[in-house]
Ligand binder design. Structure first.
Ligand code: AMP
Ligand code: MG
Length: 415
């Protein structure tokens, strides 16, 4: 394979969009489901459509503390007196019908007694003993939640492929659903490659650095809710890389590695993959993160991230995360991108899309603006730690001057 090192337009590079399409085309959702209690379903991927088995609310109910009346008794002018004939409590309905000239004391959440359709707030009546007086100005049907107003029986509530969030768990409970079918967890094996890497707990030797990528990857994968298989550090030796890749392929649905995918003499991952499996692509017109290997070893999908810590994170967010989500059976979602003025000048040459690190914050007027975290080297993990968004500068964009609008992708929308 021909390799190029130039920084600008490279005819052999793929755009991010094309790379994403190819990954998407080559991946399938995993097969396998399990039934779990809804408390265990948080962040899992729903494997069935949920239809509401009931109307929500199941009856007409009051939205206020007050008096349930007949809309036909409301005065259009002057005043009207009504007799209080009973009380409807939340959970303890009043079961007799209410007829004209009558009303019932009612509390929030209580069933509307038969015949009534309107609630008058308690602050808006004058009460004398068991009588109330109300004035004009009320609307028929006010302060009542109607049967099925939130959800109707058989209405589609949650669709298969949805990642279940706290509101979904509550929603399921509100429907009386105690268990749901979810996708089985994806199994992801990961390791770092590099002779210079030292694991935590070991003494740093001259020329060594701590292996940070494996810890970043652990955190990123953990957030995604996959089953993780940490395979440690694999040395830059073709036999070690081959053994690690083959054993990872036996126990996982996907393998994520960092390092060893550039064109250095000790970069064995791509070469080994070419022998053992397939490689789909390898250079992307993006910065940071230009080298990325996507392939297959046996039945496992393979993602080889660059070793530089920022490049590894950017490529994870842009490619691996959506790919794993697709394998997990999650429906596609586009991360939130917004346009805001940039208050820092940004260096950029046309030719590659750049994911610079930014801090999105309100200015003095409360309008959102973004500023750069400063130096953008792909080894500067601190820039990722300070940032709360990517500033995405399209391929053709050159330098950015202060005040120019740029696209930002808040990290919060990625995780
Ligand atoms: P590579 O992609 O293997 O050529 O590595 C590119 C750069 O990233 C080198 O400076 C490596 O030392 C560094 N690097 C590679 N792997 C890691 C890692 N796991 N943690 C921190 N830095 C790494
Ligand atoms: Mg290396």
């Amino acid at each position: 394979m021909k390799t190029l090192t130039c920084d600008d337009y490279d005819p052999n590079s793929l755009t991010v969009e094309v790379a994403l399409q190819r990954i998407d085309r080559d991946l399938q959702p995993i097969v396998g489901e399990e039934q779990v209690a809804i408390r265990s379903a948080l962040d899992r991927i729903l494997a069935e459509n949920i239809l509401s088995p009931v109307n929500v609310p199941p009856h007409n109910k009051s939205a206020m503390d007050g008096y349930a009346v007949l809309g036909t008794d409301l005065p259009t002018e002057g005043k009207v007196q009504l007799a209080i004939v009973g009380t409807s409590w939340a959970g303890k309905p009043y079961t007799n019908p209410i007829t004209t000239g009558q009303c019932a004391r009612i509390f929030t959440g209580a069933v509307m007694p038969m015949g009534t359709d309107t609630v008058i707030m308690q602050e808006q009546v004058e009460r004398q003993g068991e009588m109330i007086t109300l004035s004009a100005g009320h609307r028929i049907g006010q302060h009542v939640c109607l049967t099925g107003e939130d959800l109707q029986t058989d209405q589609l509530v949650l669709i298969t492929g949805k990642k279940l969030l706290p509101a979904d768990i509550g929603l399921l409970a509100s429907l009386g659903i105690a268990e749901v079918k979810v996708k089985r967890r994806l199994r992801v094996a990961f390791f770092s490659t590099g002779d210079e890497l030292c694991s935590l707990g070991e003494v740093l030797q001259p020329g060594q650095i701590y292996d940070s990528n494996r810890y970043t990857l652990y955190a990123l994968l953990n957030r995604l809710g996959v089953d993780m298989i940490d395979m440690g550090v694999v040395r830059d030796n073709p036999q070690a890389v081959e053994t690690a890749l083959l054993s990872a392929a036996l126990i996982s649905d996907a393998i994520v590695t960092s390092g060893g995918v550039s064109v250095g003499d000790a970069d064995y991952v791509t070469e080994t993959l070419r022998r053992l499996g397939e490689i789909n692509f390898w250079k992307i017109a993006m910065k940071p993160g230009k080298p990325l290997t996507f392939g297959k070893i046996k039945a496992a999908s393979f993602f080889g991230l660059p070793g530089n810590p920022v490049s590894a994170m950017v490529t994870f967010y842009q490619f691996v995360q959506p790919a794993l989500q697709r394998m997990m059976g999650q429906n596609k979602s586009t991360p939130l991108q917004i346009k805001v003025p940039c208050v820092s000048p940004l260096k950029k040459r046309p030719g590659r899309i750049e994911f610079q690190r930014g801090i999105l914050e309100p200015d003095e007027q409360g309008c959102l603006v973004v500023r750069s975290t400063g130096k953008q080297g792909s080894a500067l993990l601190n820039s990722m730690s300070q940032a709360n968004c990517f500033i995405i500068l399209p391929i053709d964009c050159g330098e950015v001057t202060v005040g120019t609008e740029v696209i930002v992708e808040p990290f919060a929308s990625l995780i």
